[in-house]
Design a protein around this ligand. Structure first.
Ligand code: B16
Ligand code: MG
Length: 213
């Protein structure tokens, strides 16, 4: 099967912001007296902001919260998270990621982002990677979270490519499922390798150059 475009998940693939998500959610949870630890944080990988909040609220035993109160909690977390993101620099993306993206472009592949995050552009700007992408599909242009394929289908559409001509790169099982559901080829990296569902497994980001030769 031919590959003409590559669609990248952000968090866990290009950069690692899970520690910052953890710190921001932890601050909110502590204030609300909700138990929250790194194990629960792992369940938030690739999950949208409001769905993440619902997972955290599984340990909330107070009066039921209104939608407005929940939105306020999500906003409070995001404000803390955005402050933490400001500490990110070019060094938060590895040379391997930078050089692999550049080489893929040289080889003629179109590149898109496919991230659930509404902060994706801001993060790519911080690490100086935004210019590498021909298209950005992120949490701002979707209504359904992974494992729904919407974010990747939009990425393919923005690149002007058919889904079957795109390769998705993902670190979360829900993301691998989303890519496959969209009719794309999928390369798993990190934890997603363990699910055994992807077409390709990457032991390192640079392995992409073996698939996209
Ligand atoms: P935000 P990805 C995801 O990014 C993160 O993995 C997940 O932990 C986060 O809740 C989600 O983005 C939404 O992020 O609050 O910034 O909109 O892995 O899809 O690139
Ligand atoms: Mg991810």
């Amino acid at each position: 099967m031919s590959i003409k475009g590559v669609i990248f998940d952000l968090d866990g693939v290009l950069v690692f912001t899970d520690k910052l998500h953890y710190q921001a959610w932890k601050q909110m949870a502590d204030k609300m007296g909700i138990y929250f630890d790194e194990e629960i944080n792992n369940r938030l990988r690739g999950v949208s902001r409001m769905d993440s909040l619902e997972i955290i609220l599984e340990k909330y035993y107070g009066e039921p919260l209104t939608l407005e109160q929940k939105e306020n909690l999500a906003t409070e977390k995001n404000d803390t998270y955005r402050e933490l993101l400001k500490t990110m620099t070019r060094d938060d993306a590895t040379d391997e990621v930078r050089e692999t993206l550049a080489e893929l472009k040289c080889r003629g592949y179109k590149l898109s982002l496919g991230s659930s995050s509404k902060n994706a552009k801001f993060i790519l700007e911080r690490v100086e990677l935004l210019d590498m992408f021909d298209a950005i599909s992120d949490g701002n242009n979707i209504t359904k979270s992974k494992p729904d394929p919407e974010v990747f289908l939009k990425g393919a559409e923005y690149l002007g490519l058919n889904p079957e001509d795109c390769l998705v790169v993902e670190d979360a099982e829900a993301g691998v499922e989303a890519g496959l559901a969209g009719g794309m080829q999928v390369a798993a990296i990190g934890d997603a390798v363990n699910c055994g569902k992807a077409n390709y497994n990457l032991s390192t980001f640079g392995d992409l150059l073996k698939i996209c030769s």
